[in-house]
Write a protein that binds this ligand. Structure first.
Ligand SMILES: [Zn+2]
Ligand SMILES: [Zn+2]
Length: 401
């Protein structure tokens, strides 16, 4: 293996550099992964969000939608082997604290810890000892690396949609038809929403929204009265205007979910009496837990939420500045932008016979086990495993229940 590798370093959206550093040497309990694909996330280009860390560290490498191959395994790591195709999460919750136990895992303080070095925009990443147990998922042979890079984004969307459940037979409005909005539309469709509206200011993204399952698309500037009133509103556009509009769109007793944040200084006014009478649930969602990611993997693997059509661009690491520019300033048909740091085939699948594309599962994400929408207790996991076994016998697979 080469002693040196290339990595991308982010300073600003218009200043992303390619530099060289030594390939990290792993310790006995660590793993080295050759990155095949890493998605550029909306949060990677949120300059206001990244600036404090940049000031502290100089350039940063925020790549976290990582799929690749394990190329070195420390001698005390027994659950992974060289050659394993994997998806790597850079962070995850502790699983032990009160927030984790009540199903609010991504609010866990431990989510701030990073378990990989230097980040997915590099030829190789090291997974630290603390990341081995919870931070690595095996990628099914039937899935491509590119699909693997969509697992984390879909995991975040699964959490968002679950918090606003049930979706079945409810009307849905998705504000913003970038990648996150399109994944919300696809998932709401799979969950049986009665009618899905998509709003964006970009006509080509609305075409993608229609293809993803929206019943009605609205080219909007978010002026008064433009948007429908619905049972479930998802804000997937990082704009103060979108947030304000969303407040007007939720039906009595509905859910309003903020998936996107629009900068540190914006305050949102709330008409207290109106909302007191209407009683919508207003929620916020951030990140994905390991369980969310496993569910995302299953939804992609089974074809329930296809994501291939959302990946429009794959860049070499040397072109990372161009990739960030396109992600931050979408043009043409651009949706999801990937980096392929080793120039490998993003579409390659595994050669084993372990997994075959399955029949579309029955999606039953709507069960709520607690007031906050969703708790996964050990009993739930057991129920889920039993449910899967029974439904497999009956020729169906239920992946979320
Ligand atoms: Zn992301
Ligand atoms: Zn925790």
């Amino acid at each position: 293996m080469a002693a040196k590798m290339k990595l991308g370093l982010y300073f600003r959206n218009d200043d992303v550099r390619v530099e060289e550093c030594p390939v990290l040497e792993i310790g006995p309990a660590e793993v080295l992964v050759r990155v095949v694909t890493c998605g550029v996330c909306g949060s990677d280009t949120m300059q206001w969000y990244r600036e404090p860390e940049i000031r502290r560290k100089g350039g940063i490498n925020t790549g976290h939608e990582i799929a690749g191959d394990i190329v070195q395994v420390g001698h005390s790591v027994h659950n992974f082997q060289v050659g394993d195709r994997v998806v790597v999460a850079h962070h995850f919750p502790c699983g032990q604290c009160a927030l984790c136990k009540e199903g609010n895992e991504t609010a866990c303080e431990y989510m701030r810890e990073k378990h990989i070095e230097p980040g997915g925009f590099a030829e190789y990443i090291m997974v630290r000892e603390t990341g081995i147990q919870k931070g690595i998922l095996r990628l099914p042979d039937s899935m491509s690396y590119a699909e693997g890079s969509l697992i984390e984004p879909l995991g975040c969307v699964i959490r968002s949609v679950r918090k606003a459940s049930p979706i079945r037979s409810h009307s849905v409005l998705v504000i913003g038809s970038g990648l996150a909005g399109l994944l919300h539309i696809k998932l709401a469709r799979a969950l049986g929403a009665s009618k899905i509206y998509a709003v964006d200011t970009n006509a080509s993204r609305l075409e993608a929204a229609s293809r993803s399952g929206a019943d009605e698309v609205i080219l909007a500037t978010c002026t008064e009265g433009e948007l429908p009133k619905v049972d479930r509103v998802f804000v997937c556009a990082a704009s103060p205007k979108a947030a304000e509009c969303a407040m007007e769109c939720v039906n009595r007793g509905g859910h309003l979910m903020f998936f996107a944040a629009d900068g540190p200084d914006h305050k949102l006014a709330l008409t207290l009496t109106k909302f007191w009478l209407m009683q919508p649930v207003i929620g916020f969602t951030y990140g994905a837990s390991p369980d969310d990611m496993r569910e995302a993997m299953e939804l992609i693997r089974s074809g329930t939420v296809p994501v291939d059509d959302l990946i429009t661009h794959t860049f070499a690491l040397e072109q990372i500045a161009e990739a960030f520019d396109l992600a931050a300033n979408p043009r043409g048909n651009s949706l999801k932008v990937l980096i392929a740091p080793n120039g490998g085939n993003a579409q390659a699948r595994g050669s084993g016979n372990g997994s075959v594309p399955g029949k579309a599962p029955v999606v039953t994400m709507e069960k709520r086990t607690a007031a906050n929408g969703w708790i996964r207790s050990p009993q739930d996991s057991l129920r889920r495993i039993l449910g899967q076994a029974i439904q497999k016998l009956m020729g169906q697979t239920s992946i979320v229940s």
